[in-house]
Design a binder for this molecule. Sequence first.
Ligand SMILES: [Zn+2]
Ligand SMILES: [Zn+2]
Length: 263
Amino acid sequence: MARYISLYSGSSGNCSVVEENGKFILIDMGKSARLTNKALTELGLDIKNLQGILVSHEHTDHTAGLKVFLKNLRVPVYTGWATADYLTARDMIPAHIEVNDIDFSGFNIGDFYVKGFETPHDSVGCMGFRIATEKGRKMSIATDLGFVTEDIFNSLRNVDLSVVESNYDVQMLKEGPYPYYLKTRIASNHGHLSNIQSAQTTIRLIESGVNKIQLCHLSNNNNTPSLALERVRKTALDSGIVIGNDVQVKVNRRHEITTDTEF
Ligand SMILES: [Zn+2]
Ligand SMILES: [Zn+2]
């Protein structure tokens, strides 16, 4: 079995692991190298078996730890060309690190096969990923996106596990403390997914046969894990689906490791 483990998740930092047989890749690194290394040690993952790092986009909650983390390592980074340009031009990745541009064809990172897909977000570029392990297990992840196009949905489906953003509760965002321009940005087509959008995507994924879903990148100010889960439960019930029977839906924790999900 392969494992997906979120080390931390949300606007204060995102990082997750995809692992099989001890070998692993990382997706994003938005907190310090120290915190990230501590979490990897807790999980018993040996840094020697890290095969590469995928970066979804340049925002600091996805990149802040990279430079220090990579200082004494020789691990390749993979990201979209615009993000690669941005990170290298601003010295956010050490010069000795190999930074690879991802196009939309698939590529190998060690024992993993990865395909990137474009997502709409207010960054220079943003990507979700489909990852297949050596043993043929498959997962998909889409974080930081304003809406889910048919192409994105098709990239997310047909996997053993899908990780989807569930950033904000519409009511909490509306009534919350953020300035108007920020509320508009978050709710725009280049912002983040609401619980409603996420739940609709989740149910469509379940109907298409995915039975493990993990919700990620919950807002600290505009959401709670129970609101996000409740929205999925209600939307599922409307379609006659009971979460918890054959279908597992989990929420990534903000500052702590989320118990690993086998897929
Ligand atoms: Zn983010
Ligand atoms: Zn972002």
